[in-house]
Design a protein. Structure first.
Length: 179
């Protein structure tokens, strides 16, 4: 299990890095487009490329990293009053629910991506035919890795194994003496 966690950690970091690269490329692309627009030579298809090939990986690739770092938004007003035992049960239950929701999103976006690939979805920009079907695969990749990270965390917590993921421990699983 430890080795699987290491591989998942590496994949999570790789997708997060790809997301950072997409941010830099998007900034450079837009800056260059604005600069060239001043002299009358804008970059064609910027309006199509930015939302499909930069923004989607920026949003969906870091989902697994957010899950690994236990950084999703949570509201714990009542849960803080529960015993550590019930907090742990609710944390695992929330991971299961998250995995199910991400699973439904993964399934539907995979179907959509395969359909867009099959028909060869594209956008017309001036006289250019820009294929955008490949951008639909960013969503299931992000959702899929988030699911695997969640399942791994559930497995580690329920079996008591040593994690190789490098995740931030949920508050319910932290040592009370360390607080």
């Amino acid at each position: 299990m430890f080795r699987i966690g290491r591989i998942l950690g590496w994949l999570t970091d790789a997708l997060a890095f790809a997301s950072c690269v997409a941010v830099v490329l998007m900034m450079l692309h837009i800056t260059l487009d604005v600069a060239l627009r001043w002299i009358g030579y804008p970059i064609p298809a910027t309006v199509t490329i930015v939302p499909h090939y930069y923004m989607l990986p920026i949003v969906f690739f870091p989902l697994a990293l957010t899950e690994r770092n236990d950084a999703h938004i949570t509201v714990e007003i009542l849960v803080q009053l529960f015993s550590r035992y019930w907090q742990r049960i609710l944390a695992v239950l929330s991971w299961v629910v998250s995995a199910v929701v991400f699973g439904m999103l993964f399934y539907q976006t995979s179907l959509d991506a395969l359909d867009k690939m099959r028909v060869g979805t594209f956008m017309m920009e001036v006289d250019w035919k820009i294929p955008i079907w490949a951008s639909y695969f960013f969503l299931p990749v992000g959702f899929g890795l988030a699911i695997v990270v969640l399942i791994y965390r559930i497995a580690i917590v329920t079996t008591g194994g040593k994690s190789g993921l490098g995740e931030t421990q949920h508050q319910a699983f932290q040592d009370p003496e360390a607080e």
